[in-house]
Design a protein around this ligand. Sequence first.
Ligand code: HEC
Length: 213
Amino acid sequence: MKRTSNILIAAALTGGSFLAACSKDHRKPGKHYVPDMVDSRAYEFYNKTVANMKPVEGTVKRGEILPYTLRAEDTAQANLVKNPLTLNATDLEEGKRLFNIYCAVCHGSKLDGNGPLYKDGNGPYPAAPPSFIAGKLTGYSEGRIFHVATYGYNVMGSYASQLDREQRWKVAAYIKSVQNGGAAPAAAAPAADSTAAATPAAEAAPAAPAVTK
Ligand code: HEC
């Protein structure tokens, strides 16, 4: 008996609060139960303080490799920069995938400089892309290939906005592995990462722009 009356009281209270939530005035929302769950808090996309911000200068995202500080004209140092990553076969596969997306249209999926955009001079792209498997590019170091992918070279544009640093190193390592007949990439020398090689340049030219590519 006591239980039934408890249930009745609870029902009356709940019903009452539901009724109290109603309002004849349709312009008023009435009472909300847990309003913060009913109405989401307005979020300003594209406001200047929360969204669309660039990372704070001089900071590096967690897990990201250190910024590349050489400038476009520092090609001599670029030749010496070692790949800071230790890559395995899966990474090389990824390098190949990225190469075929971003570079093969010009340089050819066989790396012979005859991609579909050039097609022996019959394609829409007028400048002949060099081969990676013959001529001077066979002597290019991974660092130099990374450098070209970062800054571009003459008519070839930069790929720094399409490929992040890690991806560009994977592409460079893939190109190098094809040149070495599919051999696994050389293990990265522990101390010789991009910053190690970049330090002398930064000291020699303190006014170097703080662009991180
Ligand atoms: C739109 C066509 C095109 C694409 C795509 C392209 N390249 Fe090139 N690349 C060229 C041309 C053309 C040259 C020759 C530029 C010159 O010698 O003036 C070149 C030259 C190069 C060189 C040699 C630069 C030197 O010092 O002589 C390297 C290395 C290179 N490309 C790497 C890449 C990589 C890596 C990618 C992909 C991330 C890529 N390229 C994508 C057209 C392209």
